[in-house]
Design a protein around this ligand. Structure first.
Ligand code: SF4
Length: 388
């Protein structure tokens, strides 16, 4: 009697897990190659293929011998997150929805300006910090992104702008770690990804063009200055602890004075003493936009070399705050300006595709139940509106 092959058993064979080279530095690719009996200097060649030439197929890395390409492709791969959609705003802003391993989706935004193009990169799926004015916080939290998933965002943007072709002008000139998530809560992966961004054999961005923004995870910020010298932005949003405790709950653990002292220590570790911290302050109507708030902020920042970036709040479905009025925004800016601060006002970009600051939501397989509670509240509010 002939036996039919057991097709089910073949189908169910687990996929051989290969090492993803996308998130590895030249030295770590070198270690990996050495473990295969190859020369470690080839790590730099592989790095250049991936991040300078945009090649994600090992068999096309033609300055490696055919034998090495074949044996490497057996055990390694360049695995990118999947682009689910890409939307363009009327103002040139582009937003990607990107699926990462596990099924959740993150968002990434590109903002073109006259003299530069900034890519706003996510570091986590959702965010555990739950700032009260932030759409990401309302999605809850799933997990940290891997180094490959973080640097993969820059790769995807570079590919989408044909930037791997040396003849194409560089569209992404700056990266800000200001997308979904608190970057310092994913310290190692974010630091590794930023190192790749700045590596001359990869994207070669200068330290002034890579910015990490934090809501104030003080111990990690103290560690950051020992391993990195990227530009720093601090998300304050309130000039005193009482108000900041409500808006940015991590303030209860690390109050303003500690946060600002830590930012100061970060600057002190930089060899270049002309560097400044960017202070991010989202202005919400009648919450943190009064004259006394501006004066308090001015006093608070007196000893910190900084520039201040005012961000008019961008409402999102169910948000409890309103956008600052033009009058309040101008008064706030003028008070700080008259006190000698450099103040910029962030223009709202990508509003029509929900890509503006604080609006990124993605699709988070939430582990915190926060998303569930938030959706329930939105539904209840809809019912009240309908009945009312
Ligand atoms: S503002 Fe930043 S830190 Fe706060 S919840 Fe949103 S993503 Fe997290």
């Amino acid at each position: 009697m002939s036996q039919e092959p057991d097709v089910t058993a073949i189908d169910e064979q687990p996929r051989k897990v290969k090492t993803n080279l996308l998130g590895l530095s030249a030295s770590r690719i070198g270690d990996f190659l050495e473990s295969l009996g190859e020369k470690r200097f080839r790590g730099t060649q592989v790095l250049k293929w991936i991040h300078q030439l945009g090649v994600d197929d090992i068999t096309q890395m033609t300055n490696l011998s055919k034998g090495l390409r074949e044996s490497l492709a057996e055990v390694a791969e360049v695995l990118l997150p999947e682009v689910v959609s890409c939307q363009d705003s009327v103002d040139g802003t582009r937003k990607w929805l990107i699926r990462v391993d596990g099924g959740s989706c993150i968002e990434m935004v590109y903002i073109p300006e006259r003299d530069r193009g900034t890519l706003c990169v996510s570091s986590q799926i959702g965010c555990a910090l739950d700032c009260s004015f932030c759409a990401t916080g309302k999605q809850g939290f799933a997990r940290d992104l891997t180094t490959a998933e973080i640097i993969g965002q820059l790769w995807i943007a570079a590919k989408s702008f044909d930037q791997f072709d040396p003849k194409t002008p560089r569209r992404v000139t700056n990266v800000v770690m200001m997308g979904m998530g608190e970057p310092l809560m994913n310290f190692d992966n974010v630091v590794d990804a930023m190192s790749l961004m700045m590596d001359d054999n990869a994207y070669g961005l200068s330290k002034r063009r890579v910015t990490l923004s934090t809501a104030g995870v003080v111990p990690e910020l103290d560690k950051l200055g020992d391993v990195s010298d990227v530009s720093l932005a601090i998300s304050l949003h309130a000039p005193n602890d009482e108000l900041r405790n409500q808006l940015v709950p991590i303030n209860r653990k690390y109050p303003l004075a500690d946060f600002i002292a830590s930012a100061r220590r970060y600057l002190d570790k930089m060899p270049d003493n002309r560097r400044k911290v960017t202070v991010e302050y989202t202005l919400m109507d009648r919450v943190n936009d009064r004259d006394e708030h501006a004066k308090e902020l001015s006093a608070l920042l007196r000893d910190l070399p900084c520039k201040i970036n005012l961000i008019p709040f961008n409402p999102f479905p169910g948000s409890e705050y309103k956008k600052v009025t033009k009058v309040a925004l101008t008064r706030f800016r003028d008070i700080l300006h008259n006190d000698g601060y450099t103040v910029t006002v962030r223009t709202t970009r990508g509003d029509d595709i929900a890509a503006a600051c604080g609006q990124l939501a993605g699709e988070v397989n939430d582990r915190t139940k926060r998303q569930q509670r938030y959706k329930k509240r939105l539904e209840e509010e809809q019912v009240v509106k309908f009945v009312g």
